[in-house]
Design a binder for this molecule. Sequence first.
Ligand SMILES: C[S@@+](CC[C@H](N)C(=O)[O-])C[C@H]1O[C@@H](n2cnc3c(N)ncnc32)[C@H](O)[C@@H]1O
Length: 268
Amino acid sequence: MSRYLFDNTGAETGGRFHALESCYDSFSRRQLELTGLASGWKCLEVGAGSGSLGDWLGEQVGGSGDVTITDLEPSWAIPRQRPDHVRLLQHDIARDPLPGEGYDLVHARLVLLHLPDRLRVLERLVDALRPGGWLVLEEFDCGWTPVLAAPGQEAQDLFERVHTALMGLLEDAGADPLWGRRVLAAMARTGLEDLAAATYAEAWPGGGTGIALHRHNIDQVAERLIASGIKPGELDGFRALLEDRRFVVNSYPLISVRGRRPSERTDR
Ligand SMILES: C[S@@+](CC[C@H](N)C(=O)[O-])C[C@H]1O[C@@H](n2cnc3c(N)ncnc32)[C@H](O)[C@@H]1O
């Protein structure tokens, strides 16, 4: 059984995917283009969520290419129309056999962070590449979300208290909230070459699209937050803060790392 904390059966999922797409898709597309992404490429998009980036890959590679989009719970990606060279699969990257091999590009955003067995999954993703193929992993570093403006110290303290409790729940579920800062070294240890990374963050003002990610996340696990010691009134105060234009918090920094499998494999 998956221990993924924010499983896609939750009513908050659509809002979560909307926030992620709005804030990070344009940055992710730029990072994917830096691999030389071209028509005819064979790509694997793992843990695709709404499928927005997988479908964009389908447009880039065209009909001579091939894109497989996977998710543990792919229902949010099903409604989108797709051409024949783009297929959507229900697939558990931690357990199921890989859906293919010899990929020119494998991409996963905000997936391995949640997987207790992330290093083994990373090795599997590397194995799925053709020699010279690219792996692009994009992950949050949840340890750097400074409050940039607040109506008062109490508000700042409240944000930090509830956010810290949420990070505790993620860790209990086997996630690594600091995985973003560890990805490049982990990819290097697999033998990938030409490693490069870039990080994107922006200010999230109260009432905006990005900051709503926090609301969807806490709403989905509200009962567990209360069981962990957060008071219902604190959750209400947190929700109000997220709507307050005087409150601004840094987005989660998304660290995008790319590396390619050596043309001649070396022993790992
Ligand atoms: C935080 S969401 C990110 C979605 C999308 N990649 C994005 O960045 O917008 C994590 C996604 O990973 C999927 N996921 C979690 N565990 C998975 C697994 N073992 N195999 C495949 N997908 C998984 C979830 O169902 C969810 O759609």
